[in-house]
Design a protein around this ligand. Sequence first.
Ligand code: SF4
Length: 275
Amino acid sequence: MPRLGQDLSTYLREAVMPTVWCPGCGHGNIAAAITTAMKNLELDLDKSVLVGGIGCSGRTPFYFNTNAMHTTHGRALAFATGIKMTNPSLTVLVTMGDGDALAIGGNHFIHAARRNIDLTAIIYNNSTYGMTGGQAAPTTPIGSFSTTSPLGTTDPAFDTVELALAAGASFVARGTTYDFLELPQLIAKAVQHPGFAMVEVLTQCPTYYGRMNKIGDATAMLGWERDTTEPLTQFEHLPREVVVGKRPIGIFREEIRSEYSRAYHERLTGGGSHV
Ligand code: SF4
């Protein structure tokens, strides 16, 4: 079992470092968690693919020493679907921002979940559009300030977990960059799950969301993540006044059902019905 501080360089393209991410950005934490998960699972780099969308999170595949694809805004899951359908033996991870996955990419998200195609969708939820300058996203909490809501947004935010559950995703989880030691395990479980797996990671954007909402620097934002979440195992047992306004974290669904790429190929070869 790899431990903190151990060499993960096999999985990373150090020649293209440093990353484009701002100092203190949580995206580096998520990339580290993905790297650790890949190492823990001993993923074959030649049989793994990382697909990214557009935005700060979409840069993640650049830094991995595996097959990588940087796609168009909101379409990462569509490209990933094509890859998986062409070669179901590949392990395909998809990194998307909250705006990328749930605004322009919202349709791809719900239909990938509905089909239960074996992809691991990691949604970096920093409550804003970071790369384009801090605009409000579908996950921006109501009342929050952004460059497009200088008086505070009036839009209710999507709950990514509820959306994934309603759309039929067979593995649904939420973690945070504060819970850094648990995150690789959560991602590893998602990768191992034989179906559509969604992991939402609450992460910090100190450059825009933290500054505009006066939460503070990256360290303060990690504290904010800690204070606004509660493990699912405790969430249901705590008094309402303790959990109001907080989000549960953990695994919400883990169920096995017919996987799309395998069912499709079996149907093509006359291998039977998966109705
Ligand atoms: Fe991270 Fe925000 Fe900087 Fe983008 S703008 S790299 S999300 S801190």
